[in-house]
Design a protein around this ligand. Structure first.
Ligand code: AP5
Ligand code: MG
Length: 210
């Protein structure tokens, strides 16, 4: 089963991807994580991506589509995969359909009023875990691996405003693209916890019977 995880910045795509990976054994492919690894490694792709990410804008389509096309050619995806953060506009969705088969798009639907606090309060670990300061009780290290937590460079109010604007103008229409294909499942999160959202996600995926 191949899934697209769609949702605003801070909606919980990464949080749900980690839970889906454990239960459904799908490979998690996050274009944001790939770009951040390239920035950290000082690669040519990282150098291109950094200025766009810092500004809350989309990295150019040709760079992003090439990365995903290459990643999907690797031989570890027989059990299926989740794309987190791709496609992020209708052009990317059309390109993806030229080199991949997507079974379902899960739209992690969260009221926009929650997003700024969630993102600016997020602390992450290099092992992939993510927390919110309100649940850390002053702890500064990862509960899973003990490493020091840090804040993503693009998790500041100014960049978040731009990321949200980019989402509403360019990414939200991707839901309609998958709706027209009969592949969209809307996960209405309301004020549900990550575990409660995952119950909805699990039910949706089990309902597909793949
Ligand atoms: P990317 O890394 O994809 O970031 P994003 O879409 O902005 O999403 P986030 O990772 O911020 O949020 P999330 O939905 O994963 O939420 P999380 O689970 O962490 O992209 C970064 C940048 O890379 C882009 O701006 C762009 O520049 C570039 N880029 C990436 N892909 C691209 C593409 N395809 N094309 C062009 N450019 C691209 O949760 C957030 C917080 O909320 C956490 O603290 C978490 O603990 C908490 N939380 C989660 N669920 C809940 C819940 N149910 N209740 C309460 N709190 C919750
Ligand atoms: Mg994420």
């Amino acid at each position: 089963m191949n899934i697209v995880l769609l949702g605003a910045p801070g909606a919980g795509k990464g949080t749900q991807a980690s839970l889906i990976q454990q239960k459904f054994n799908l490979v998690h492919i996050s274009t944001g994580d790939i770009f951040r690894a390239n920035i950290k490694g000082g690669t040519p792709i990282g150098k291109v991506a950094k200025s766009y990410i810092d500004a809350g804008k989309l990295v150019p389509d040709e760079v992003t589509c090439d990365i995903v096309r290459d990643r999907l050619q690797q031989g570890d995806l027989a059990s299926g995969y989740m794309l987190d953060g791709f496609p992020r506009n209708v052009f990317q969705a059309e390109e993806l359909d030229k080199f991949a088969h997507i079974d379902v798009c899960l739209n992690i639907d969260v009221d926009a009023s929650f997003l700024m606090d969630r993102i600016c309060g997020r602390r992450v670990c290099s092992c992939g875990e993510s927390y919110h300061v309100s649940t850390l009780g002053g702890r500064t290290t990862c509960a899973k691996c003990g490493k020091e937590l840090y804040q993503r460079a693009d998790d500041n109010p100014e960049t978040v405003k731009s990321r949200l604007d980019t989402y509403f103008t360019q990414t939200a229409p991707v839901a309609e693209y998958y709706k027209k294909q009969g592949k969209l499942i809307n996960i209405e999160c309301g004020t549900k916890s990550p575990a409660e959202v995952f119950e909805l996600v699990s039910a949706a995926l089990e309902g597909l019977g793949k």
